[in-house]
Design a protein around this ligand. Structure first.
Ligand code: ACO
Length: 329
């Protein structure tokens, strides 16, 4: 049976560090509030970097770690809601920048914080079906571009960053064992960013003429409660479908949105603290960048060993949610 495996990982973060103390000078907040309510101490903010430059840097690292040349990549999927342009897609720009062969399919998808796991799921299916052999999967977001920096309820939460993986086929019992993606558009008003498109001369106020500023808008409490329940269920779904139990998990890599969400999930699932990867304190919520950045740090610094079971889980705007169980090769 052909599965896909993660052959290499990479990540890239902007140089500028914005601490909670820096934010105290912008809005009515405190380091203490942000740390106790979210676990975040600082985040990275793009100054000279772009969605493309961070994606390319992360992708080059993933290709190098996998020992694969860009010329051999035959699929590029990017999860992002903050592309540099409306079109072409970030994936097309990456293709040109890396020198991936013309003709190779390259696409962006929109699933907010679940974007990377959505992209991974689709790339996994392309590899399993034999259509692709070397799939580059990127999760990247620059929320600093869609944040209202006067809104203390959102500006303290997010940061910028990118992560990438290179997927290749494998035979046997390792690799991506199970992967699931879901959405429920009924809750969209709890977490959204309106478009920055201009009304045309023909638009009506209630249709495409209604214009809101393109800032992240979130009902934090409602999102929090749904996130805990949904993430817990998504973890169980990935494990059961892979024939694994909670005890088999070596490392849980959850979307880094809030340490209190992660703690509640961990307690529900009875997974010990030392088996949960956290880097939210350094980067905040980097949306689609969150899981691949955490995965790259876990692989490079933790380190992850052959045979380890990794459980990846995300939740984000849409609502969207996704999970994957991986046996490391
Ligand atoms: N500094 C100081 N006080 C603040 C701040 C701040 N930065 N932000 C809000 N407050 C105040 C509020 O005004 C409120 O004051 P009040 O009691 O006088 O009205 C009080 O703090 C409590 O506010 P809550 O919103 O109830 O705080 P809560 O404990 O719920 O924490 C948070 C807010 C951190 C946003 C939390 O609800 C959360 O993490 N939600 C989920 C986020 C998430 O998972 N998002 C999904 C992924 S993101 C994506 O897909 C793009």
């Amino acid at each position: 049976m052909i599965r896909s495996k993660i052959a290499g990982t990479g990540s890239a973060l902007p140089e500028k560090i914005l601490t909670n103390h820096d934010l105290e000078k912008l809005v009515d907040t405190s380091d203490e509030w942000v740390k106790t309510r979210t676990g975040i101490a600082e985040r990275r903010i793009a100054v000279s970097e772009s969605t493309l430059s961070l994606s390319v840097k992360a992708s080059r690292k993933a290709l190098k770690a996998a020992g694969i040349s860009a010329k051999d990549v035959d699929l590029i999927i990017v999860g992002t809601v903050t592309p540099d342009m409306v079109f072409p897609s970030t994936a097309c720009f990456i293709q040109a920048e890396l020198g991936v062969k013309p003709g190779v399919p390259a696409l962006d998808l929109s699933a907010a914080c679940s974007g990377f796991l959505y992209a991974l799921d689709i790339a996994d299916k392309y590899i399993r079906s034999g259509i692709a052999k070397n799939a580059l999967v990127v999760g990247v977001d620059l929320f600093s571009r869609i944040i209202d920096w006067k809104d203390r309820s959102t500006c303290v939460l997010f940061g910028d960053g990118a992560g990438a993986v290179l997927l290749t086929p494998t035979k046997g019992k390792s690799g991506i064992l199970s992967s699931h993606i879901h959405s429920d558009g009924n809750h969209w008003k709890s977490l959204y960013t309106p478009g920055a498109l201009e009304p045309s001369p023909f638009s009506s106020e209630t249709g495409s003429g209604s214009y809101e500023k393109p800032f992240v808008t979130m009902a934090g409490n409602e999102t929090f409660k749904l996130a805990v329940k949904t993430i817990s269920n998504a973890c169980i779904e990935a494990l059961e479908s892979a024939g694994l139990s909670k005890e088999d998990v070596t490392l849980l890599i959850p979307h880094q949105a809030n340490t209190r969400i992660i703690k509640a999930v961990r307690q529900r699932l009875k997974i010990p603290e030392e088996k949960v990867f956290l880097n939210i304190q350094k980067y905040g919520n980097t949306s689609a960048g969150s899981i691949p950045i955490a995965l790259d740090e876990a692989v490079r610094n933790h380190p992850v060993k052959r045979g380890d079971v990794l459980l990846l889980v995300a939740f984000g705007g849409g609502f969207t949610w996704a999970s994957a169980a991986i046996r490391w090769t």
